[in-house]
Design a protein around this ligand. Structure first.
Ligand code: SF4
Length: 390
């Protein structure tokens, strides 16, 4: 943890310590790691919720972003065996999984011809035969077919393997994929950086330093990325603070992160099914404290297929200003892990309704938060009847 201790906080009773934190938020000052830990351990949900909402409204008012995207999951075959993963098939059992060909993936892209999607999100397992050249070719073919489509692709875990296998440095590999058409990166694979936890839940994939190095390199190449944290399993609050502290430090250095996305651990059909899932109160606290601590992250996103629609709606009062997108496809990563959302797809009218019910303003964005359309004043019937709006 990088931020120095605050001597004042340690000497005061709890109410006064919390008042110091509230004062900092009010004055738009950064809170320390110790203060963040105190919020996790001692603060009530209404307290952190109110501070997070203050920050959210200062940064974004009522605006709540969503985008219109679709996913391609090239494969669920994976050389790794993360214990929390309900999605992957080991290479030895690849007959039970799926492996899309280049043509099948391009067919998915073509199936969106004429539809107003702005982004394709490409993530999947780490397949030993799908290498850097294969994915560079996929990027080139997607761009050749639809140059305006923003390609957000590959977790740092996938990239680490691809680059090592191609015997490229992170700098070389990133430049190569960027030139082939990769526009930005999602934030997956971060899990919990701290080795005490990482070694227990996903020992064999890239470590925290490696994950951060890949994102830093992407930022240095002019690409924006997101960051995630898988919370609510065997980690403790110090591990969460350590994780966010490393992200905040890198963001100070590069400014290349757009969004932080806390990901709730789900326990269905994986090696950690004996670990209880976090409560809804714990989830809301996680979002709120992330919003308070990560003062240099512009956006906080709730991924609705994982949380469920109603809880995602609730997060809009706890610091969240983005609820991802229409995700019009067969996203399997969370439905296979026990999410409430077994068919994770919402059209624009449904997303707009969800945001408006929470008394926020729905705004469609591009991947990099460029405003595409303000839906606040568009009548729901018009959205439902116009295929370009819905
Ligand atoms: S979480 Fe990702 S890297 Fe880990 S086993 Fe699942 S697909 Fe593979």
């Amino acid at each position: 943890m990088s931020t120095p201790k605050s001597p004042i906080v340690q000497q005061l009773p709890l109410d006064a310590q919390l008042a110091v934190i509230a004062g900092k938020v009010d004055r738009q000052e950064r809170i320390t790691d110790e203060e963040c830990l105190l919020l996790f351990q001692k603060a009530s949900l209404p307290f952190v919720g109110s501070l997070a909402n203050q920050i959210r409204e200062r940064k974004h008012g009522d605006v709540t972003y969503f985008n219109r995207n679709f996913h391609i999951e090239p494969t669920n075959v994976c050389i790794y065996s993360c214990h929390f993963c309900s999605y992957s098939q080991l290479y030895a059992h690849r007959d039970e999984g799926w492996e899309l060909t280049m043509e099948q993936m391009l067919d998915i892209v073509k199936s969106y011809d004429g539809k107003p999607v702005t982004e394709v999100h490409v993530v999947g397992g780490v397949h030993p035969k799908m290498n850097l050249e294969f994915f560079a070719e996929l990027m080139r073919k997607i761009k050749a077919h639809r140059p305006d489509l923003h390609i957000k692709g590959f977790t740092a875990v996938e990239l680490d393997y691809m680059f090592r296998k191609a015997k490229k440095t992170v700098e070389e590999g990133m430049k190569y994929l960027h030139e082939a058409g990769l526009d930005s990166m999602p934030g997956g694979g971060a899990e919990i950086f701290h080795p005490e936890v990482r070694e227990k839940i996903c020992a064999d994939k890239v470590d925290g330093e490696g994950w951060l190095k890949i994102h830093e390199t992407a930022h240095n190449n002019g690409m924006f990325t997101n960051a995630t944290m898988l919370y609510g399993h065997i980690e403790n609050y110090s591990h969460r603070v350590d994780h966010m502290s490393r992200l905040r430090a890198l963001q100070d250095k590069t400014g290349g992160f757009n969004t932080f996305i806390p990901l709730k651990f789900r326990n269905k059909d994986n090696d950690m099914s004996n670990v209880a899932e976090s409560t809804m109160v714990e989830d809301m606290k996680m979002y709120a404290i992330a919003r308070i601590y990560l003062d240099n992250f512009p956006h906080l996103k709730a991924y609705w297929p994982m949380l469920g629609r109603q809880n995602a709606q609730l997060t809009l009062s706890f610091g969240v200003n983005d609820i991802d997108g229409t995700i019009d496809d067969t996203t399997k990563i969370y439905s296979m892990a026990g999410s409430e959302e077994q068919t994770p797809s919402m059209n624009t009218a449904q997303l707009v309704t969800l945001i408006k019910q929470a008394r926020r303003k729905p705004v469609e964005r591009g991947t990099l938060y460029n405003v595409i359309r303000d839906y606040d004043s568009i009548d729901l019937k018009e959205i439902e009847s116009n295929p370009l709006l819905n």
